[in-house]
Design a protein around this ligand. Structure first.
Ligand SMILES: N[C@@H](CCC(=O)N[C@@H](CS)C(=O)NCC(=O)O)C(=O)O
Length: 273
């Protein structure tokens, strides 16, 4: 059983609040999720980028209301209702939306089949490597007898190593993974990129060098261009709540006190639930 989150704010704030408000009318496509959830934000970004009509229903997966369990027996968000039929798992929903709403541009995979397949390798890399490492870093707590700084450095370096590998694969000019416009790979990783400031806040630094700092090089310059493009993108800004709300939400994870399925799995070194 998951515990109720002690500090969870019940609804979106900031620019995300207005986006939720304009998506309250009944439509056959309903997204169930919370403002805080990076996996929900993936889907939210796709809906906004493609201009697909949707209804946003705010739910808290840490309380698991019946309306959510009915759609996703795992009780996780995002969950989708499409013409009264349920769907879940963010990467599955993402592909479904791209294929089911063909008339809604842009398509989120390149037309070239080789490039499409290569994108999928890097999307899998986000799920299997980057996101679990992001959560392990955020949740790191020294075990008894362990040198805390040493241990923190280890999880930080693991995370940074994955970001470097990802960055090497990016189009040189960008700013996005495959070039001038965002594609599925960016919308899959993006919510975690724009949450890296939480690592600075809670863990004494994400370790991503700032301009001119030790360790800064061509690769990190490319990363910063990427992160900046994502953070200033309209769809990202309009699905983002106020910073202090993220702080009180992620405090729970950063202090090692989260007992959600997600927290337990990533802390134990397993993949995502
Ligand atoms: N693999 C799932 C992960 C979704 C997920 O972990 N969502 C979190 C919210 S951000 C959740 O529902 N947590 C509740 C829990 O872990 O008990 C996906 O990609 O959709």
């Amino acid at each position: 059983m998951t515990q109720e989150h002690p500090d969870i704010y019940p609804e979106a704030t900031g620019l995300a609040k207005a986006t939720v408000q304009v998506h309250q009318a009944e439509t056959p496509l309903k997204l169930y999720g919370g403002w805080f959830c990076p996996f929900v934000q993936r889907i939210w970004l796709i809906l906004e980028e493609k201009g697909i009509p949707y209804q946003f229903i705010e739910v808290n997966p840490y309380n698991r209301p019946e309306s959510l369990l009915r759609l996703n027996p795992r009780g996780l968000t995002p969950a989708l209702e499409y013409n009264k039929k349920p769907l879940y798992e963010s990467t599955v929903i993402a592909e479904f939306l791209d294929e089911a709403y063909l008339e809604h541009m842009p398509r989120l995979y390149p037309e070239d089949l080789y490039e499409k397949a290569r994108s999928k390798i890097w999307i899998d890399y986000v799920t299997s490597r980057i996101v679990p490492a992001w959560f392990r870093f955020l949740q790191y707590q020294p075990t008894q007898g362990e040198d805390g700084l040493e241990g923190l450095k280890k999880v930080q370096q693991e995370f940074l190593g994955y970001l470097r590998e990802w960055t090497k694969e990016m189009d040189q000019e960008g700013p996005y993974f495959l070039g001038a416009e965002p594609t599925m790979a960016d919308l899959t990783l993006g919510p975690f990129v724009v949450r890296c400031w939480l690592l600075d806040h809670f863990k004494g630094g994400s370790g991503i060098p700032k301009e001119g700092e030790a360790g800064d090089d061509e690769l990190w310059r490319r990363w910063r261009k990427y992160a900046e493009a994502l953070a200033t993108r309209k769809s990202v800004k309009e699905t983002t709540s106020e910073p202090d709300k993220y702080l009180s939400f992620y405090k729970w994870y950063a202090g090692g006190a989260a007992h959600s399925e997600l927290a337990k799995a990533t802390r134990a070194g397993r993949g995502l639930p």
